[in-house]
Design a protein. Structure first.
Length: 126
């Protein structure tokens, strides 16, 4: 969950993902993903606590620069609650499309949650 290169495994919008920085994954590391709708998106790891919280900040494209996605993991009686939050910053002309983008993210989040559950349950039983 907290490794951005695993994105294609659970996010239906991500075609591929890779680290673009050298060294270990952690705060300051950079990565990029190829997404179905947005194309190439580059980001920086802003927070990294693999067992609790992970935040990515978009560095390009310029139209989404400064947007953040945070994933929080909570242990609740032996089960894990996963919370995904977006701080969406849409710049320039695309700002007018904000409500459409938010709706699309909400739809994708539901698919993403189902995929995460499927991947984690499959790996737990292997």
């Amino acid at each position: 969950m907290t490794d951005p290169t695993n994105g294609p495994r659970y996010d239906p919008e991500i075609i591929s993902a890779k680290l673009t920085s050298t060294g270990p994954l952690g705060v300051g590391a950079t990565a990029e993903s190829n997404r179905k709708k947005e194309g190439k998106v580059s980001f920086r790891v802003a927070e990294y606590d693999p067992a609790r919280k992970f935040t990515l900040e978009v560095t390009s494209p310029r139209t989404m620069e400064g947007s953040k996605e945070s994933i929080t993991l909570e242990d609740i009686g032996g089960k894990t609650r996963i919370t995904s939050e977006w701080d969406l910053r849409i710049n320039g002309f695309y700002r007018l499309m904000g409500p459409l983008v938010a709706r699309s993210i909400r739809k994708t989040a539901g698919e993403q949650a189902n995929n995460i559950k499927r991947v984690l349950e499959t790996e737990a039983s292997s």
